[in-house]
Design a binder for this molecule. Structure first.
Ligand code: DX5
Ligand code: ZN
Length: 228
């Protein structure tokens, strides 16, 4: 079973973004780009102009996490400008089924993100439209927050639903994912891991990624959902 590590550039130096992306390129499967609008979340990052420029300058595929209101209007544009994966929040979409279809129609993977307080069960019928489900393990908006272990049952439930439906959907976790929490995430059912501070706030980002990957892999190998 493949493990995917997606370093979040939210913890990188925004004055040197391309260099910071290249720093992790040899170890990262994806590059997690957090788009925040100071409306859906109380923080502001970058928008389509900068995302498009980054995509043109880095080789790692971009995993765009949109923490913005009115996903119906804005999310498909990120797929159009070249993000290989576009994740929007279900809480920010009026018609999430259509948003996922629009993202896919531009050739990108469609991801649906769920905040800690949002119940997964209401959205089970959307799963066939999705390539990834993102279970937030912090309140979205900021890097460096503590991992919310009470979200692990939701990760497990997402994996159960995917297994029951016989679908190939990635389960991503984002927020507080570190050397000490990644194994719990993998054991519960996650296969795609966002890590911001655990990668960028270290002396050796590539070593951090390698360690995260090996911990996630061994926890996956012995997990209920993938183990032997
Ligand atoms: C937070 C963002 C995360 C953030 C995670 O809302 O979605 O991607 O960068 O940061 P860490 O890994 O430091 O918790
Ligand atoms: Zn994120």
């Amino acid at each position: 079973m493949g493990i995917r590590i997606s370093p979040s550039i939210l913890s990188a130096d925004f004055g040197n973004l391309v260099a910071q992306c290249n720093l992790v390129a040899a170890g990262a499967d994806w590059l997690h780009v957090d788009v925040m609008d100071n409306h859906f979340v109380p923080n502001l990052t970058i928008g389509p102009v900068v995302v498009e420029s980054l995509i043109s300058q880095v080789s790692t595929p971009v995993d765009c996490h949109l923490m913005i209101s009115d996903a119906d209007r804005w999310a498909p544009g990120y797929a159009e400008l070249g993000a290989k994966s576009v994740t929007f929040h279900v809480e920010a979409a009026t018609n999430p089924r259509q948003v996922a279809r629009d993202i896919r129609s531009h050739g990108a993977r469609a991801g649906l993100a769920i905040k800690p307080g949002t119940k997964l069960e209401h959205y089970e019928d959307l799963f066939p439209e999705l390539d990834m489900i993102l279970i937030m393990t912090v309140e979205p908006g900021f890097g460096g927050q503590s991992f919310l272990a009470d979200q692990l049952p939701k990760v497990q439930r997402a994996r159960e639903i995917i297994k029951n439906l016989g679908l190939d959907i990635w389960v991503q976790v984002d927020g507080g994912v570190s050397q000490s929490t990644i194994e719990q995430c993998a054991a519960a059912g996650a296969d795609t891991f966002v890590a911001g501070s655990a990668v960028y706030n270290t002396q050796d980002a590539l070593a951090a990624i390698a360690n995260l990957r090996s911990k996630a892999q061994s926890a996956t190998d012995t997990s209920w959902w993938c183990g032997n």
